[in-house]
Design a protein around this ligand. Sequence first.
Ligand code: PMP
Length: 439
Amino acid sequence: LPVQTASDAPASAALLARASEVIPGGVNSPVRAFRAVGGTPRFMASGSGPWLTDADGKRYVDLICSWGPMILGHAHPDVLAAVTEAAARGFSFGTPSENEVRLAEEIVARVEPVEQVRLVNSGTEATMSAIRLARGFTGRDVIVKFAGCYHGHVDALLASAGSGVATFALPDSAGVPRSSAGETIVLPYNDLPALEAAFAERGHEIAAVITEAAAGNMGVVPPAPGFTEGLLRVTRANGALLVSDEVMTGFRCSASGFYGLEGPYAAGAPDLFTFGKVMGGGFPTAAFGGRADVMALLAPQGPVYQAGTLSGNPVASAAGLATLQGCTPAVYERLDVVAHAIADAVASELSAASVPHTIQWAGSMFSVFFRDGAVTGYDDAKDQDTGAFRRFFHSMLGQGVHLPPSAFESWFVSASHDDEAVDHVIAALPAAARAAATP
Ligand code: PMP
């Protein structure tokens, strides 16, 4: 099957041409541009439940779910009602208001080690602020991160990052001062001996280790058994903090995120967590939080400055709160059923077409690596047949299934993916698997 061309999506192609005049690359976040797969990115006009409708009126089963937030599906009636009600009372006050308190209480109630949170507007802000706080608390400058983990476009964390950067095979970004990246040590994921060696050499300089609770930005790579315990043991022994980035996994892998699946830990708890995506229900809100004695260092109480005109926005907080309240046990059960039905069918169709593949999981997050053998870190993740993925992606797109447009991403489902949507995905798989098998 040929790569989809502009003639398959004329309205999107026209919008992309207009967008490219006024927006670099025509998109406001790089992975949307289809750079890794080629073809015309679809401009969406609306979403309802598991379905997206593009500017040409073509419908797709959505397996991106806004990269995580839309856990209840698009335009969920309860979230829509909460947003409408909040918006009718005013959009932003620049003063404290009750919705942000309710959202903070909901997060603190769910994730046991989190005693306090500060609300921000994006996952990037959450990790940036958590790192500043860890540096302020420890009086140290060096940050350890893992290759293939993505924590947003924070200068210090754009070293060997996954997600869009992995797709573009950029080891780093232009414009990041050497001094910022120079305070960052990048280690292989799931490699405790490498961590121990780094701490043996520079332990007294290291403020924090930041890790994705389960990596999702090089495709899904869960922590090996004992890895998180090891991170806790080593950071505790050296007076460094552990920051668990749950922007992607938070409130998706379980009601209390990946922590709810893997924790509590014998060696202690992560000192700080970052959240985003699901907790904003599709609106720009995110958070960082953790130990009260660490959070006490934040302005206005303490000397670590952090602020935001729209932080704790009442409409975004209402969307997040309604989404979290909608995440009942039945929702998590449905996510599991949907994810496994789709992944099982992907595996059997790719097997039938003799396409090498490996599916990996973190809760109901999964990704399909087009290679044989387990992926434990970024080098493994990069060692896959991205051409096979590209052909698979375009066949699915042509049949009305919108996958993440990169082989280095988790697939996301929602509780609104009903049997009709799941059956639509499964029906598209045989042709897509054959396309993947045919260079
Ligand atoms: N951390 C993780 C684990 C993420 O997956 C992301 C976004 N994909 C971020 C941080 C950055 O969040 P945002 O895009 O909201 O800035």
